[in-house]
Design a protein around this ligand. Structure first.
Ligand code: PLP
Length: 435
């Protein structure tokens, strides 16, 4: 039998010391494909093992197979943070093991979810006609929004997004048998609203903070087109949405209050451990009409609207607890401070690249993402990135636009300091010189 208290203390100590030393570990895992699996038994044990054995294997076998998303030197994709209050709340969530299938199966789960999303709505400056619920990911959120949009206009078989929108739109279109229409962008990578034809579309996805270069679609103009055509507007602000808590960035979100639905991922840039994706809508009735299905065995005498009636899954985790913990333990000012610091660090890095002969910044900098490349061929840049990442000192990722291979540095970890960003620049220049 395991001893919950002493094993728990060991596990907490493990996490605390991991977070202390994570900056020293190679950011990108260095193992070969299949190595982790090969190092572990092929079948489950017949007899019980102590929890300590799990921790031992975590150290010796699994840690080398981790890419350290908690590292302050993680600059790839969109860097994230599982902040400590959120980590602790995950422990509580598992301990409580709530299954929110109906309001009555966990009134606290449902009401805290509604309350925290209302707190966050106020923080990001959305009007109070928006109500929200938590999905696992933005992918599920986009899919759910498009399902609702389609249910309102079943004859419209087109989904519209920009050529730089995230592939979640394409996936939703494929799953729902819709045609995907990609709208060309301007020289700042923004969807060109005059080219949005929405009359036959069930939904248009506009993005605030595209994945490649964090560009911002002209949401007010796209909203006009959607209003004219009677088409659902979903705003995908999965990454950048958290930055709407900063008053000085609010202008980037102009028009999003006209959306029918909006997705924001606190698990990307707000310190909440994976997974926690917010889906707000000003059309909750439409969500309920599309998703409510209450079989006899789930009927209850209360008249609460269960969150399972406005989303795809029946059972839901108590995800609101970690969002609540992060919002409380950082407060608005603490979160603002961190986001501002990330933007400052990105701006600093951008300046270094700009000032260095042989390097160029390749897209306007939005939020905390810098796109850049070194003079030379795509192959040279690809090789450079491989060498940088193989070093284990930092981890960056790439994208492609303007028909060229582009390097990206995204600041998003609450643990990242100026020294870490400086190191990234030093490693890039060192490896470029060695090519
Ligand atoms: N939308 C945008 C703009 C993104 O950048 C991403 C991921 O980076 C997604 C959607 C997908 O997010 P998720 O992993 O939560 O599905």
């Amino acid at each position: 039998m395991t001893d919950f208290r002493s094993d728990g203390a060991l596990a907490l100590e493990w996490v605390a010391s991991y977070l202390e030393r994570v900056g020293e570990l190679p950011v990108l895992s260095q193992v070969e494909p299949g190595a982790i699996r090969a190092a572990l038994p092929a079948s489950a044990p017949d007899e019980p093992e102590p929890f300590a054995a799990v921790l031992e294997d975590l150290d010796s076998i699994l840690v080398p197979g981790l890419t350290h998303w908690q590292s302050p030197r993680f600059f790839a994709y969109f860097a994230t943070t599982g902040a400590e209050p959120g980590v602790l709340a995950e422990l509580l969530t598992a301990g409580l093991n709530q299954v929110g299938i109906l309001w009555r199966t966990s009134p606290a789960l449902q009401e805290l979810e509604e309350l925290t999303l209302d707190w966050l709505r106020q923080l990001v400056g959305l009007p109070d006609e928006f109500t929200g619920h938590i999905e696992d990911t933005a992918s599920t959120g986009v899919l759910a929004a498009v399902i609702v949009a389609r249910s309102l206009q079943p004859d419209r078989n087109v989904l519209v997004c920009s050529e730089h929108a995230h592939s979640v739109g394409e996936k939703a279109a494929r799953l729902l048998g819709l045609e995907l229409r990609k709208v060309p962008t301007d020289d700042r990578f923004r969807m060109r609203p005059e080219l949005v034809h929405a009359e036959d579309a069930c939904a248009v996805i506009a993005t605030i903070g595209t994945t490649g270069m964090a560009s911002v679609d002209p949401v007010p103009e796209v909203a006009d087109v959607c209003a004219e055509a009677g088409t659902w507007l979903h705003v995908d602000a999965a990454y950048a949405g958290s930055a709407a808590i900063l008053p000085e960035l609010r202008h980037q979100f102009a028009g999003w209050e006209r959306a029918d639905s909006i997705g924001v991922n606190p698990h990307k840039w707000l310190g909440v451990p994976m997974d926690c994706s917010v889906l707000w809508t000003s059309r909750r009735d439409a969500f309920r009409d599309a998703f409510s299905l209450v079989p006899e065995f789930l009927r209850s005498p209360d008249d609460a609207v269960n969150l399972s009636e406005v989303s795809i899954p029946l059972g839901r985790r108590f995800r609101a607890l970690k969002l609540w913990a992060v919002l409380r333990c950082y407060g608005r000012t603490g979160l603002e401070e961190r986001l501002r610091e990330h933007m400052r660090l990105a701006e600093l890095f951008e300046g270094w690249v700009r000032d260095e002969p042989g390097w160029e910044v390749t897209a306007p900098r939005h939020f905390s993402l810098v796109c850049f490349r070194r003079e030379g061929s795509d192959e040279d840049n690809e090789l450079l990135l491989e060498r940088v990442n193989e070093s284990g000192e930092v981890f960056l990722s790439h994208t492609r636009f303007g028909d060229r291979y582009q390097l990206r540095l995204a600041v998003g970890s609450f643990r990242t300091t100026e020294d870490d960003v400086r190191l990234a620049w030093d490693v890039l220049r060192r490896e470029a010189a060695a090519l």
